[in-house]
Design a binder for this molecule. Structure first.
Ligand code: FE2
Ligand code: FE2
Length: 383
């Protein structure tokens, strides 16, 4: 069973056990992926740590083993190399199965030496409930016609647990108990594995400020935006700590008096009487400064989160999009923007801007010139 296992959790273990009993498999070898080839960004926990967590998680099951096969291999590893290695150490005639996520099943024919790979082992794609089974079944059917039923599929309810969700929960200080083996939980806590790097930002003080100055609904929105921002930053290899701070503070001025006086020290031109609902961006940056934020990128992300602007930094875009996709937003908007985000962040910015303009139109508000400029800029990037 291959995977990133960052971290390994009960979903993986239940899936492996289900496959084992379904196909009468003798032993399941968990193979955490190695370190990514280029250390551009720290998106994945160090391979050694992921291997150790896998070892800890499998220790109580006599059929489960953890393998360092990919941990020790520098650079990217092709499945064909791993399967060849496993096949070499097994007795002759051993039947091999490769357990993987259903998403991988879709791309299998594009893998290195796919034909050879399919001749060496069968593939079992495991999915969480609610996964779009019909297109998967169709794909499996097509491949199986050419490759003697080498693809199989199993739905595992426990796979609703996700590593991403566990990382996020740990980063936000939420409970991760009962989602993964206790030994792994202890290991994560002991090494503070999923801690956001906030530099010297006093998070508790900021949260205290927000809870005292925002309505309950806005406070919830703010925490959701921080959560989304960290998730998007992780996917894009951006700084998760900065995304957290920008998301957390983006609306910090929304419920405080937005009067010309409040804008005095930051230049009167920042208070835009024609767009009072948008002035909480610049005012928010001022408050963020008082809360100890000096990073210009974070301050810009807060300043421009409600209007957007052309040539936004990655962090500005992440904050802008996170604000538009948090779970409190209309579901159709969330779906549309998330779909765009799956392609690229600029498309998601376009989609979020359009939604914002529609909202303004419904409310009879005019659209800020910076937003208009942003839309034509990001639309032109798409062409
Ligand atoms: Fe806002
Ligand atoms: Fe917001």
């Amino acid at each position: 069973m291959g995977g990133t296992f960052d971290p390994i959790h009960y979903g993986h273990l239940v899936a492996a056990e289900a496959v084992r009993s379904e196909y009468g498999i003798e032993r399941v070898i968990f193979i955490p992926s190695g370190n990514p080839p280029h250390k551009v960004t720290k998106r994945v926990t160090n391979a050694e740590r992921r291997y150790l967590m896998t070892e800890l998680a499998t220790v109580n099951n006599p059929y489960f083993y953890a393998s360092r096969l990919e941990t020790d291999r520098p650079g990217s590893t092709y499945t064909i190399d791993t399967v060849s290695e496993i096949s070499r150490i097994c007795d002759a005639g051993t039947e091999l199965f490769f357990i993987t996520g259903a998403d991988a099943i879709f791309s299998i024919l594009t893998w290195k030496d796919a034909r050879l790979l399919l001749s060496m082992c069968a593939f079992i794609g495991v999915t969480r409930p609610g996964y779009n089974k019909s297109s998967l079944m169709e794909h499996i059917g097509n491949v199986n016609e050419q490759y003697e039923d080498r693809l199989k599929f199993l739905e595992v309810p426990a796979l609703a647990i996700s590593s991403t969700d566990i990382r996020r929960r740990a980063e936000f200080g939420k409970a991760i108990k009962y989602l993964l083996p206790e030994e792994v939980e202890t290991y994560i806590k002991k090494h503070d594995l999923y801690r956001l790097d906030l530099k010297d930002f006093d998070k508790d003080n900021a949260i205290k400020y927000l809870s005292e100055n925002l309505t309950e609904k806005r406070f919830l929105h703010t925490m959701n935006v921080a959560w989304e921002a960290v998730g998007i930053a992780e996917r894009l290899g951006a700084d998760k700590g900065k995304a957290y701070i920008a998301g957390l503070l983006h609306d910090c001025a929304k419920d405080v008096g937005q009067t010309p006086e409040a804008f005095k020290d930051i230049g009167v031109e920042t208070y835009d009487g024609a767009f009072p609902q948008l002035s909480h961006g610049p005012l928010g940056a001022k408050i963020a400064r008082e809360l100890g934020v000096n990073d210009e990128d974070i301050l810009n992300a807060i300043t421009y989160h409600s209007t957007g602007r052309k040539e936004m930094s990655l962090l500005e875009k992440i904050t802008f999009v996170a604000d538009a996709v948090e779970p409190g937003r209309p579901e159709d908007a969330q779906r549309e923007i998330r779909a765009a985000l799956d392609q690229d962040i600029n498309g998601a910015v376009v989609s979020a801007l359009k939604r914002k303009f529609e909202y303004c139109a419904r409310k009879g508000q005019s659209v800020h010139p910076l937003g208009r400029e942003a839309l034509s800029y990001y639309e032109s990037l798409k062409n």
